[in-house]
Design a protein around this ligand. Structure first.
Ligand code: SF4
Ligand code: SF4
Length: 379
């Protein structure tokens, strides 16, 4: 039997139209009740990459998040919304505010969940290049995950969509560590698919109303695409969406690797898009990203560069009230309090930013290495 994907035209982000399009998408799968039942905890996982306004088309549009919260509540589910923004060194709350997501979630009666502060799980892998990594414990605490990616280009992986959106379950600045140990596209794509495999969403709803072309995922140009695209199979969604923006399906390694690992379908002949002609939806002039440094530099040099992107949490004594929450909650016990002094073990710290997110006094400062300042700005 073919894998079903629903592609519904949607030309703007007016709430009433987004609601209709998502309802229409879900009808194809028997409605939201097929995925969510009363009392179930539902993690809604948008793409909240960094501090960008909705119109910059970097983050999943808040109207889509609103609509999905309404759907989850209609089925009696409990909606939680969260992500770990890659560049959230100035605090996740600020990122959510700027992206319009905080207001959307709270006004619809959803709950914002902080991936950094919910505990982490160590994941051992079969890779020589990356023996382990960490993911937020929240993915184990919820009953189902609904993935809300944004259709964009990506400098390293060419395209970012449903599979790569789950990279957000890796907390805080631990993400650059994954890049560090998997600097090339092949290893990085393997790592991304492994992470995706730890938290497979039951449903994926792609924000493809406006996507991003050129130097995505954050420095490209917004581009009208005009669809909401939904399905239970993230691999099939990525196959279809990358094809729409002008790639051949097998150019996208995350799709190929996920398919090889039996995580989903990538053969367009085996994907049912309700009789639509996929070629007529194609945007062949969708601007592709420039070749990123990660594609050119030797892996050893890239590893060296990533090893220099460091964030070191430290305490501002003038703000600290010595509540010791940071000491108790650090998931790897990297903060010790001895003889009335805080001691950080930076060899143990995994840069998850839990302490920074939890400190109510804003007494944890993040000291950035020179390269971290360059990549993340001086915020
Ligand atoms: S959580 Fe903040 S206030 Fe409490 S001990 Fe840590 S740095 Fe100090
Ligand atoms: S000190 Fe602990 S809580 Fe803070 S960033 Fe490092 S690992 Fe995370």
């Amino acid at each position: 039997m073919k894998t079903k994907i629903s592609i519904i035209p949607c030309s703007h982000y007016e709430q009433i139209d987004i609601d209709k399009s998502i309802e229409e998408c879900l009808k194809r799968f028997g409605g939201i009740e097929q995925f969510v039942s009363a009392g179930k905890k539902v993690l809604i996982k948008p793409n909240i990459l960094m501090e960008k306004k909705p119109e910059e088309c970097v983050t999943t549009h808040p109207s889509i998040i609103r609509s999905v919260i309404k759907q989850v509540k209609k089925a009696g589910g409990i909606p939680f919304v969260g992500d770990s923004p890659g560049g959230a060194v100035s605090g996740i709350d600020k990122v959510l505010n700027i992206a319009g997501i905080k207001e959307a979630v709270l006004s619809e009666g959803g709950e914002i969940i902080n991936f950094e502060t919910e505990g982490i799980d160590k994941i051992d892998t079969d890779f020589n290049f990356l023996p382990h990594y960490y993911i937020s414990h929240i993915v184990k605490e919820v009953d189902v995950i609904i993935n809300l990616p944004k259709l964009k280009t990506h400098g390293l992986t060419k395209y970012t969509g449903a599979i790569k959106n789950m990279f957000g379950i890796v907390p805080g600045m631990h993400k650059p560590n994954v890049h560090r140990y998997a600097p090339g596209i092949r290893d990085f794509s393997e790592a991304i698919v492994d992470i995706f495999g730890r938290a497979i969403p039951v449903l994926n709803i792609m924000d493809a109303v406006y996507g991003m072309e050129g130097n995505g995922p954050s420095a490209g140009i917004p581009r009208f695409i005009g669809y909401i695209i939904a399905g239970t199979d993230a691999v099939a969604i990525d196959a279809v969406c990358s094809y729409i923006i002008g790639y051949k399906v097998d150019e996208i390694l995350t799709t190929v690797i996920a398919h090889k690992r039996n995580l989903g379908e990538m053969d367009l002949n085996n994907i049912d898009i309700e009789g639509k002609n996929l070629n007529s939806l194609r945007i062949p002039d969708f601007i592709k990203p420039e070749t990123s440094l990660s594609m050119i530099l030797p892996p050893k040099l890239l590893q060296f560069i990533y090893s220099k992107i460091k964030i070191k949490p430290a305490i501002n004594p003038s703000k600290c009230v010595k509540c010791l929450v940071c000491v108790k909650k650090c998931p790897v016990s990297a903060i010790n309090f001895l003889n009335n002094k805080f001691i950080f073990d930076y060899n143990v710290c995994i840069e998850c930013l839990c302490c920074h997110e939890l400190c109510k006094e804003k007494a944890i400062v993040l000291k950035k290495s020179l390269l971290a300042k360059l990549f993340l700005g001086r915020r």
